[in-house]
Design a binder for this molecule. Structure first.
Ligand code: ZN
Length: 137
């Protein structure tokens, strides 16, 4: 077993399966309206912007910035080091935000507005989209 933190396993259904399995192909994928091009997250079968029903999964670039964050010091599973919960605003659309964890970064180094990119952690055929600092390479 790895020392990765405990993760709540999402319940996959036809509306969100593409989101949790796109990491297999190394991409971040979200629902997008075919009419007004609005990105929709969490996944929904209709567009929150125009009400359109023509919504389909589409690939994102996987880059964004830290919109907000918190450092968790409580050890939920008995062994986890402090870890960073981030709210990332994706580059594609203002307000398109994803709650995740920041990895590969000292919790003391996180800042609002920090550029990040997606990385995936696979467990039981679910690819959790996590983020890491985008500035290093
Ligand atoms: Zn729309």
């Amino acid at each position: 077993m790895t020392d990765a933190p405990f993760r709540v396993q999402p319940a996959l259904d036809d509306d969100n399966r593409f989101f949790w399995t796109a990491g297999r192909e190394g991409v971040l994928r979200m629902a997008r309206c075919s009419q007004c091009r609005h990105w929709i997250h969490p996944p929904a079968p209709y567009c929150s912007e125009c009400g359109g029903r023509d919504v389909a999964p589409s690939d994102l670039g996987g880059r964004g910035t830290v919109w907000s964050y918190t450092v968790n010091h409580h050890s939920w599973d008995g062994g986890t080091e402090p870890y960073v919960i981030v709210l990332v605003e994706l580059d594609e659309q203002p307000g398109l935000r994803l709650t995740s964890n920041l990895v590969g970064c000292d919790p003391d180094q996180v800042t609002i507005g920090m550029p990040v990119r997606v990385t995936f952690e696979e467990r039981d055929d679910i690819w959790y989209p996590l983020f890491e600092p985008a500035g290093s390479t």
